[in-house]
Ligand binder design. Sequence first.
Ligand code: BGC
Length: 852
Amino acid sequence: MGKRVRAFSGCSSPVRTKREQKNSEIARRAAGEGIVLLKNEGVLPLSSGKTIALFGAGAARTIKGGTGSGDVNERESVSILKGLKDAGFQITSEKWIADYDERFWKARQDWKQEILQESGGIGAADFFQVYSSHVFLMPNGREITEEDLQGADTALYVISRIAGENADRFAQSGDYYLSEREKEDLRVLCEKCLHVIVILNAGGQIDVKELAENPRIEAMLFIGQPGMEGGHALADALTGRLTPSGKLTDTWAKAYEDFPNADIFSHQNGDLEAEQYEEGIYVGYRYFDSFGVEPLYPFGFGLSYTNFKIRCDRICADGQTVSVGATVENSGDVFSGKEIVQVYCVCPQNGLVKEAKRLCGFAKTRRLSPGESQRIAVSFPAKALASYDMKRSLWIVEAGSYILQIGNSSRNLTSVGVLRVEKEAVIEKVSPICPLRSALQELAPAKDAMQRRVRQLEKQAKEEGLPVISFAPQEEIIRRRPVSAYEKKAAALTEKLTKEELIAMVIGEVTKGQSSALGASGVKVPGAAGETSGILEEKWGAPGVSMADGPAGLRLVKKYSYNPDTKEVYGAGISHALEGGFFAEDEEEEGAQARYQYCTAMPVGTVLAQTWNLPLMEEVGKAIAVEMHEFKVAWWLAPGMNIHRNPLCGRNFEYYSEDPLLSGFLAAAVTKGVQSMPGVGTTIKHFACNNQEDNRKGSDSILSERALREIYLRGFEIAVKTAQPMAIMTSYNLINGVHTANSFDLCTVAARQEWDFQGVIMTDWTTTYADGGSVPWKCVAAGNDLIMPGCAGDFENIEKALESGALKYEELQGCVQRLLTVIYQTLEFESCRPYLSEMKREDEINEFCEYV
Ligand code: BGC
């Protein structure tokens, strides 16, 4: 049976639109700039037209993105094989690749059957649980033969990994470690080929220490999961059409055990209930640098085909902002390229013990020709230098010397000046939030050693005659936004609503809710993750709005059909939205016409982040906003901005980095891009500490308020303060015993009162469904305005809480008023109204794209 709708989105012609063309070019650029060149002993770039032997799971089955809600259903994806061929390379190993393809399809079918059997079918309640815990493992290929190599002196070997939501990765062979087959293949290639290049096609890091140290492997590139244009982007980098300029946004360790939480993360210690964040603020390079652990590849690292000289010209600071001016010169003489200037600060260690250094700001140059220079300014707010003093609930910049360092990775830095703070400055006064329920033993580096290090750097700075700038940081000014016209309109309507209408509004479109944790409950826009309630449409003219997933693009079904007479839609459900419709059965209905919704699969979050390119992130955001208008999606359930606390988190690919400042700047840039188009907005997620996927709805993130504020909330704070996303999505997990969806401290105290968040806060999908999940009325009381996708039990629960007095009527009204404010903001624009406007014809869409 189809679902009944009143209007629909998408094109009636399958022909590629101009918008698709334009956005795929952006996807290609973003994938190219997100590539990190980890190693190059001079073999790269290659001359195009060269003959290459190509192997590995991802050769023709290149993984464009992760699974689950972060997946995107694009028209087609460019594999590495196709990308290389399009660039003119000759491939000697096509037989091996064809054989691999057969193995791949067989493995896919077996995998599908296993899931369908174990779960009881696609419609079964257990389907998503079974699906997500059976991560598809890329099969092994056959042995490489002499014939496969004939005529090629260069071999390219692609190592691929898949991961997705609801399941963490494993520190095992074939996942975090290389498989025996991969090792053997590489051994053969190193023996038989003159040049061996390794391509890492994974959502996160893999143990590549042996490859890094193997002199026979001459080059290694981390392409991540590069989206639908990955094959072209890689070819661009290999041929030198593009000089790699991506930098790692995580520290890559020599051994998994080098991570501070290696033993306790998720399933590693068998405890999925209580996750003790013992490492405190020492996450990523903050840990490696403070505890003297040598990384394999440091945070911020990435090679280029050319060299750059970075010279600091100027440092200035007023009470609110610090600005570092630098000149970057391409000092090579062959290749042009871009460089990323990174500014770090070594803070004094007098009062609170702090990390050895922290990223404060960064900027990327334009493409510089050999010999060309660019002046660049890196600015950051005084708060980038502050630490959180839990005892006094204050963000402070302590008195002392702040040594500024600049360079092109966290381990390739030069001190350039000292900010001298004479007396402690309070940057922000806050209230304590999310208290620990019992004592937590946190890691801390030896204070005297940290102090010695700072003294030594200070001494060096003096000897070198570096500038000393006196700096008096001032309290941060939060400019409270004035009441908007939307807010007034929303308040007026909220007053008139009945209790039933109010309750219905704080729950998503209940009748269309579905039991799967992975959203695909939208009906107005097939494949969208959900909709707000349509209860006010007829009486008050305020229809529900649609929301669709990301962060690597817009997740909708790419093809569905509808019957114009019966208004019935077919092929719109979860099975069609998942894995490009791999689990779906064809629903052919007489009289139904096909509709197409081809979205652009951008690179995953981590790859986007590796560009360190804020204007490009804005462009990506804008490209997605164009698709949102085209398909009538009001809110994008992205970007994901959780911190990469451990490389085994199954969802790291969706997120940006181990560093909160970088994550915050990137999320703000994407938000600005999306919200530069009227009526559409982002939903930053998952707020907060959703750092593990196993038992994600029941795991309790136990951490100090300092770690919470400095590491896990800081990115969200930056995004809210600088870009005001339309929405925030809370996470599934608990923080110190309280479900984030029920946390007044997070939703109201931190986001609204401290950061002046003006938008709507919603839950993650079905968080109220399970036993032990979040409590519906407590979501409302916390200021979590919208329970998604909503179920009938939520209504009853909220009604009872109102009757008992546990929930106040004004609290409910507050949620509705905030929700309506954002809905009005959205509905003002015709193209964001799912039900009300007529479908756009293809020529109109093309016109629209050109205009944009
Ligand atoms: C994910 C969210 C997503 C939602 C809707 C959940 O399973 O955790 O990130 O937005 O589904 O698809």
